[in-house]
Design a protein around this ligand. Structure first.
Ligand SMILES: Nc1ncnc2c1ncn2[C@@H]1O[C@H](COP(=O)(O)OP(=O)(O)OP(=O)(O)O)[C@@H](O)[C@H]1O
Ligand SMILES: [Mg+2]
Length: 1081
């Protein structure tokens, strides 16, 4: 940090006193007053030296942001206002830089904020330590282990909505760079009695409610569960939902966290199955069944839940059912089976549920450890975070509270030991003399509980292992005789007569004066809970389950490994694990967070003096301050001390050139601080009395004010001078710009005047030159004209003798010849094709050739047509002639004509000669058949057609029956006067006969054929071919008369509407009219 940078300090902007050591005067009132003042200003953290007191704000404060993390990162402990981050930073840096293993001990009663504090420490460390893919994964796994353990190990109690019901100690391991490698979690005594019964206003463990609210329908179905809490005996209903707690969302968080931590999908499923099994187990009920020997034997009442539970865990139903009715006791070689009554069956059921749940919880911790354990084997630095259940005083305190409070005693003990030792060590390290200080040492209470010979736990164990009838009362009797004399033990029946009349002390209870207050314990359940008995039949039934996790949880059920030895008691196990924990903590550098609960209502901004006072007392905070102040209240390294106070002395201000310690010595001497008020350590100055510190602070404040005035004065002077200089500079600039502008203007004026004068002179000169040049040009032109005329005359005179009279004509003829030659050659090269239908012809090159060009075109066309025709055979020629005739008759006259153009005129369609059917017909005709086809003969009576064969020879046309070939009519062609057809696309035609001929007697023929064009053309041709006959007339009209025997009938063609379809229809309208409707084309 540069010397100019402003340093903040714990002492700046302080509300109350940030460090209780500096509190003056020190008393319980001022202590609590200070806490209250700070609490009211949302300053929830206060120091006692290096110990952090944390008040639960019961509301979220904006003091845990990423900016805050940055603010506290790498700063000295007292440099900023008190914060849990300062402690975390101090611990982390001393672990990383000084290679000291650390432990963070978080204590306080239930709901004081221990778990939150532990999470804040972990998240701070995670934020400041190294980064990288692998490291981030480790961090994430460590942080995500919290929601999993909280779901299974936390519950709503009257004191805390998220109360930890187990103790947790987590070692976070780091490598030499300070990057996290992994961690190890130890758990302490889960309060398993909660699984089967919860005090009023409390809940079972969160996971039960989370599962039922958050799991999908499908999952619930698989687990055979119902969403309704009220269906389960083990779930208390009066506070099943907790304000501000979203169980369903939390379930998703837990599942997600389990996945991040590394649980496999089938492991998660197994765990949920166990949770479901516990719920089912709670619903199993029993009824008595009388036996011959007079005893009652229990039987399962409704087997449905039992069945479902067995299905879930893969247990054979009969095995479990038997375990609820019988109990096998094995002793050496004997096996005795006794029946269980209903009460015992319920006891067995609850014991199973408790064991199942607590073992599953321990398995979860082991499984998490497996995931988060450090991979590398290299030496690790360790930071332990201890979040253990707080000191508890309930209305009814039982074995669990006894164990919890014992643990808190031990922690208090280690606090006392380590704080004093740390303090003492610092004085030794710094070479300063130390005087002892009085404080309450709770070692005597620890001894009362844990002493191996006559400690309460030892006696409980003794009682549990003793043969004969053992009850909670016999245990209390034992306590009464052995602990009666102990000053912290109180009981009505003890020999100590002091309590004989104490009515606040019931007969079945004993009371212990803990360091944190007196607690009354009910002995009921002590023996049972200590024994933690699970009938062997139960564990064997569980071991038999077809469920890998269950097998793992009940290894003692394995019949191959029957162990007749009693398992260690709960008390014994706990004492041992607390012993290990204490040893572990003693090897580490402790950092304390003392959590305090401001009120009992879980309310923000409420500060209950009495409650805080009680906690301050039992946490020994006053003593802590006193111990801290007994020696020296304040200490600070020489460098920051000199930096802070150097302005108080002329020699040290502004810079001290020598070592910092000497600077501080000079400073204190100059300030005339009494000698016994401070001591010089090796690296720190120790200040005995806060008053001295405040004196220094006060002087510093004054001095700062003077300095501020000085700075202000200099600044103002500097500001005015700079302003003046700026103005001066500006004035010069403005003047320069103005002068430049004025000169520019003047210069431009002179310049433009000189240009005007110049231009006049130049104009005058130029005009003069122009005049001269014009004169010269005129002279030159005159000379040229005269010369040209003269030369022309000369040339004409010279050439006249060579010139011929008809040269012009020759040249003309030659030119024309050349042009024609070019034209014909061009035409030769661009001749069109030989196809008669090709219409192309090259473009004309010269206008005067228009006539020739067109004539050539005509000649060429005629020539190529001739060429084309010359290829024809006689047959083809006849066909074309026929087609040509058809065109002459019908083109543009009858609508049917265009369709006939493409059709070849075959003539004999019926192949009369070849067809034996027409033999008879063949015999009648002796000439060549020109046309043979089937036509329709129209009946005049109804307009319908009848098929007839139509034959045409050179001389006749014949109509014959189509089927028989019998000739119906044979008409010589000369008898035919004309043929009538319509203009439309129909095939009707009338063959009209000459009047007076024998054929005419029968009347005209009205026929119809698709090949009308061919028939009529052929008829017409036969007429033109013979010289003796006139050609047959072809009438084309939409209305003509037909002579039928006597009557003349008019045939009229009309265009049919669309509804008449596409066919031609003929209808008789009346005696004189046949109407043919032809579809429009
Ligand atoms: N620093 C904090 N900021 C905001 N709220 C807090 C803070 N510390 C604690 N709380 C609130 O107080 C409640 C109780 O805190 P926490 O669970 O940490 O108590 P505890 O000391 O662990 O209790 P127990 O011994 O029962 O486990 C939290 O759920 C939270 O609502
Ligand atoms: Mg907690």
């Amino acid at each position: 940090m540069s010397k100019m940078e402003v340093k903040t300090s714990l002492l700046d902007n302080m509300i109350g006193v940030g460090d209780m050591v500096l509190l003056e005067p020190l008393s319980e009132e001022t202590f609590i007053g200070n806490l209250r003042k700070r609490f009211e200003h949302n300053e929830i953290y206060t120091y006692i030296g290096s110990v952090v007191i944390s008040m639960n704000p019961y509301k979220s404060l904006p003091i845990y942001t990423a900016d805050k993390v940055e603010e506290y990162r790498n700063r000295n402990f007292y440099e900023l206002s008190p914060h849990i981050y300062a402690l975390a930073d101090e611990a982390y840096r001393s672990l990383r830089d000084q290679d000291k293993d650390q432990c963070i001990l978080i204590t306080g009663e239930s709901g004081a904020g221990k778990t939150e504090a532990s999470k804040l420490v972990m998240s701070y460390v995670a934020a400041v330590c190294g980064k990288g893919q692998e490291v981030n994964k480790v961090k994430e796994q460590l942080l995500q282990s919290n929601p999993v353990l909280e779901a299974f190990g936390n519950a709503k109690t009257v004191r805390n909505d998220n109360s930890s019901r187990f103790g947790k100690y987590m070692d976070i391991e780091f490598d030499f760079k300070g990057d996290p490698l992994g961690g190890v979690i130890s758990n302490y005594l889960l309060e398993k009695s909660r699984v089967v019964k919860q005090p009023r206003g409390e809940r079972n463990f969160h996971i039960f409610y989370q599962l039922l609210s958050g799991a999908s329908e499908d999952t619930l179905k698989k687990l055979k569960l119902d969403r309704d809490f009220s269906k389960y005996n083990y779930l208390s209903l009066d506070s099943a939902t907790v304000n501000g707690l979203d169980d369903a969302a939390n379930f998703r968080t837990v599942r997600n966290a389990m996945q991040i931590v590394g649980f496999m999908e089938d492991e998660v499923q197994s765990v949920l199955e166990l949770v479901a099994a516990v719920l089912k187990l709670g619903n199993i009920e029993f009824k008595p069944e009388s036996r011959v020997n007079g005893f009652d034997e229990s039987r399962v009442k409704d087997k449905n839940d039992l069945k479902e539970m067995c299905e879930l865990l893969g247990i054979e139903q009969s095995v479990l059912e038997r375990a609820f009715s019988f109990r096998t006791v094995e002793a050496k070689m004997e096996k005795v089976s006794t029946t269980l009554n209903v009460a015992q069956a319920y006891y067995a059921r609850d014991a199973l549920a408790k064991n199942l749940y607590s073992r599953m919880f321990s398995w979860l911790v082991t499984r998490i450890n497996e995931s988060i354990k450090a991979q590398s084997k290299s030496r690790k630095k360790v930071m332990g975070v201890l979040d253990i259940y707080g000191f508890e005083i309930f209305e009814d305190n039982s074995f669990e509270q006894f164990i919890i409070n014992y643990c808190n005693e031990k922690l208090q003990q280690i606090f006392i030991e380590l704080t004093l030792r740390e303090e003492q060590e610092e004085y030794v390290r710094e070479g300063i003399e130390w005087t002892n200080i009085e404080y309450f040492n709770n070692a005597v209470i620890c001894d009362l509980i844990e002493n191996n010979q006559n400690g309460i736990l030892a006696m409980l164990d003794e009682e549990c292992l003793r043969p004969g009838t053992v009850t909670d009362e016999t245990f209390l009797d034992k306590l009464n005789t052995i602990c009666a004399e102990h000053q912290h033990f109180e009981s009505r029946l003890s020999k100590n007569s002091k309590f004989l009349t104490d009515h606040s002390l019931p007969h079945n209870c004993f009371r212990i004066q803990h360091y944190a207050g007196k607690v009354l314990y009910k002995v009921e359940g002590f023996v049972d809970k200590n024994n933690d008995l699970l009938y062997r039949d139960m564990s064997q039934a569980m071991y038999k389950a077809n469920h890998s996790l269950m097998k793992l949880l009940f290894p003692e059920g394995n019949p191959a490994k029957v162990n007749l030895k009693r398992p260690p008691t709960a008390g014994f196990q706990f004492r041992a694990s607390v012993g290990t924990l204490m040893k572990n903590l003693q090897t580490k550098n402790p950092n304390y967070i003392r959590c305090i609960k401001p009120n009992d209502k879980k309310a923000a901004q409420v500060f209950t003096d009495s409650l805080v006072c009680h906690q301050v007392r039992y946490l020994g905070l006053m003593e802590n301050v006193r111990v801290r102040r007994a020696g020296y209240a304040f200490r600070q390294a020489y460098e920051p001390c000199l930096e802070r106070y150097k302005m108080l002395c002329k020699q040290t201000w502004p810079h001290w050139k020598g070592p910092a310690r000497e600077g501080v010595e000079v400073l204190l001497k100059d300030l005339e601080v009494p000698k016994d008020e401070f001591a010089y350590g090796r690296s720190k100055i120790f200040i005995r009395n806060p008053r001295t510190l405040f004196f220094l602070e006060e002087r510093r404040k004054q001095c700062l004010e003077d300095l501020a005035t000085l700075i202000q004065k200099i600044y103002r002077g500097w500001k005015c001078r700079t302003h003046f200089l700026l103005l001066k500079k500006s004035q010069v600039v403005v003047a320069a710009w103005y002068r430049r502008y004025a000169q520019q203007k003047k210069y431009q004026k002179i310049k433009s005047s000189s240009i005007v004068v110049q231009s006049f002179i130049r104009g005058w000169k130029a005009r003069k030159i122009l005049r001269e040049l014009k004169y010269q040009k005129r002279c030159k032109e005159a000379v040229t004209t005269i010369a040209a005329y003269w030369h022309g005359t000369q040339v004409r005179r010279e050439y006249r003798k060579f010139f011929r009279a008809n040269a012009g004509k020759k040249i003309y003829a030659f030119t024309i010849q050349r042009i024609m030659q070019k034209y014909f050659l061009g035409l030769k090269n661009s001749m069109p094709s030989m196809s008669p239908i090709d219409k192309s012809w090259p473009a004309r090159p010269y206008m005067f050739l228009e006539g020739t060009h067109q004539e050539l075109r005509r000649i060429f066309h005629l020539w190529r047509c001739k060429k084309y025709r010359s290829q024809f055979t006689e047959e083809k020629k006849a066909i074309y002639e026929e087609k040509l005739e058809a065109s002459e008759i019908f083109k543009d006259k009858k609508a049917l004509y265009p369709c006939s153009v493409g059709q070849p005129f075959k003539g004999d369609y019926l192949e009369i000669n070849k067809n034996p059917k027409y033999q008879k017909l063949n015999s009648v005709i002796d000439e060549k058949v020109l046309l043979a086809d089937v036509v329709n003969k129209i009946n005049r009576a109804n307009g319908k057609g009848a098929s007839r064969i139509f034959l045409l020879t050179k001389k006749h046309f014949v109509l014959a029956d189509q089927k028989t070939g019998q000739v119906k009519a044979s008409v010589p062609l000369p008898d035919l006067s004309s043929v009538s057809v319509s203009t439309q696309s129909d095939g009707f035609f009338a063959l009209k006969l000459k009047e007076g001929t024998p054929s005419a007697a029968k009347g005209d023929f009205l026929l119809s054929s698709d090949r009308l064009i061919e028939i009529i053309t052929k008829l017409h041709r036969s007429g033109t071919a013979s010289a003796e006959r006139e050609p047959i007339n072809v009438d084309i009209s939409d209305e003509f008369l037909v002579q039928f025997k006597q009557d003349q009938v008019c045939v009229k063609f009309i265009q049919a509407g669309p509804k008449n379809g596409n066919s031609v229809s003929c209808k008789r309208k009346n005696n004189r009219l046949l109407e043919v409707s032809v579809p429009s084309p």
